[in-house]
Design a protein around this ligand. Structure first.
Ligand code: SF4
Ligand code: MG
Length: 327
C-alpha cells in the first residue's frame, strides 16, 4: 500500500521555564497509508494533539522527519512552503466554537482557505464554492450569511469541516472532532466524515482520547502514552489481541459484547497518575503504572518495532532480543 505520510522519530519539546523542558512528543514513528483512517488515542497530555499539530506545522518539530507524499516537510519551511502544505493538509479541531472566528460570517470562514490560496477566480466562483461546501456538509445556502453563534455544536463542527475541505486537501488531521458534541450528534458527524472520505479519497489522522470512539472509524489504531507510541496495529488486532499492557488496560475498561474476543476480561486498574512529561520515568515511560514492570524496564527504553506484520509495539515483554538476552 502507498504511504501518504511517514513520521520518523518525531520530537516536539517545549521550554516551559528556564530549566524545564516539556517533552510532549518524544520520538514517535508511524506511517499513514493513502485513503485510510489512522486513529490516534491516549489520555490527555499524551502528545497526540501535539503530534498532529507538529505534522501540519502549527508547531515546528524539535527533531525527526515528516515525509508527506514523498516530500520532506519536517525540516525548515518558509512561509510559502507552509502555505503549500496547508493546501494539502487541513485540520479539524475539537471545539468548533473556539476554532471559528465569532465575528466572521460563515461564508468567509469557509472561504478562508480559498482566499489564502487564491483558489477562486471571481467573487461568484468563491460563493459557488461556499454553497457547494455548505451542501456537502449537510447545511444550506441560507447559512452562508450567518455567524457561528447562530448554530448548534454539531452544525458548527460541520462548518469546521466545510472550511477544512474547501481547499480540496488530501489529508485531514481531526483532533477530537466529536468529543465536545452530544452523543446523539457524534454519530452524524462521524458518518459525514466517512462519507466525505469515500467520495473524495481523503486520508485521516483521527485523534481521540478513548479507544471505543475510534474503533468503528479507524482502519488502524495507534496508542500513545506520555509522548511515546506504545502500540499500533489494525483496529481489529488492537481490540482483539492488544500486546502492550497500557492498551490492555485501556481495553479492559470497555465492556466486551463479543464472546469471540479472547482478551482477558479482567479489569486492569492502573495505579497512580500519568507522570509529568517534564520529568518522565527512565526506560519505559509506562513502568510506574505497569503491572508487569521488570528491572530492565527502568533501564532500557523499549524498542519500537514490528512484532508481527503490521503490529508495532514498544514493550520488553514483546521484544525477542530482550528475551534472548535475559535467558
Ligand atoms: Fe510494562 Fe516493561 Fe512493557 Fe513497559 S516495557 S509496558 S514497564 S513490561
Ligand atoms: Mg488534545
Amino acid at each position: 500500500r502507498e504511504k501518504l505520510l511517514q513520521v520518523k522519530n518525531l520530537k516536539k519539546y517545549f521550554n516551559v521555564s528556564r530549566h524545564d523542558v516539556l517533552k510532549a512528543v518524544d520520538g514517535v514513528t508511524f506511517d499513514v497509508y493513502k485513503g485510510e483512517t489512522l486513529g490516534l488515542v491516549g489520555e490527555s497530555g499524551c502528545g497526540k494533539s501535539t503530534t498532529g499539530r507538529t505534522i501540519i506545522r502549527l508547531y515546528d518539530p524539535t527533531e525527526g522527519e515528516v515525509i508527506f507524499d514523498d516530500q520532506d516537510v519536517g525540516g525548515k519551511l518558509n512561509h510559502s512552503d507552509k502555505k503549500k502544505l496547508s493546501k494539502r493538509m487541513q485540520m479539524i479541531f475539537q471545539d468548533p466554537y473556539a476554532s471559528l472566528n465569532p465575528r466572521m460570517m460563515v461564508k468567509d470562514i469557509i472561504a478562508e482557505g480559498l482566499d489564502i490560496h487564491h483558489l477562486a477566480k471571481s467573487p461568484k466562483e468563491r460563493m459557488e464554492r461556499v454553497y457547494e461546501m455548505l451542501e456537502t456538509v449537510g447545511l444550506n445556502r441560507e447559512h452562508a450569511n450567518r455567524y457561528p453563534h447562530e448554530f448548534s455544536g454539531g452544525q458548527r463542527q460541520r462548518i469546521g469541516i466545510a472550511r477544512a475541505l474547501a481547499v480540496d486537501p488530501d489529508f485531514i488531521i481531526a483532533d477530537e472532532p466529536i468529543s465536545a458534541l452530544d452523543v446523539s450528534i457524534q454519530a452524524q458527524v462521524v458518518n459525514l466524515l466517512q462519507e466525505l472520505q469515500e467520495k473524495q479519497g481523503l486520508t485521516y489522522l483521527f485523534i481521540a482520547h478513548d479507544l471505543s470512539m475510534v474503533k468503528h472509524i479507524s482502519d488502524r489504531v495507534g496508542v500513545m502514552y506520555l509522548g511515546n507510541m506504545a502500540e499500533l496495529a489494525t483496529s481489529d488486532e488492537v481490540y482483539e489481541h492488544p500486546l502492550h499492557p497500557y492498551t490492555q488496560s485501556l481495553l479492559s475498561a470497555i465492556p466486551v459484547a463479543d464472546p469471540k474476543i479472547e482478551r482477558s476480561r479482567e479489569r486492569i486498574i492502573l495505579e497512580g497518575d500519568v507522570p509529568s512529561p517534564i520529568d518522565p520515568p527512565s526506560g519505559c515511560r509506562f513502568r510506574t503504572r505497569c503491572p508487569f514492570a521488570m528491572d530492565v524496564c527502568a533501564k532500557v527504553r523499549p524498542k519500537w518495532h514490528e512484532v508481527e506484520e503490521g503490529h508495532w509495539v514498544a514493550c520488553h515483554l514483546h521484544d525477542e532480543e530482550m528475551k534472548t538476552e535475559k535467558a
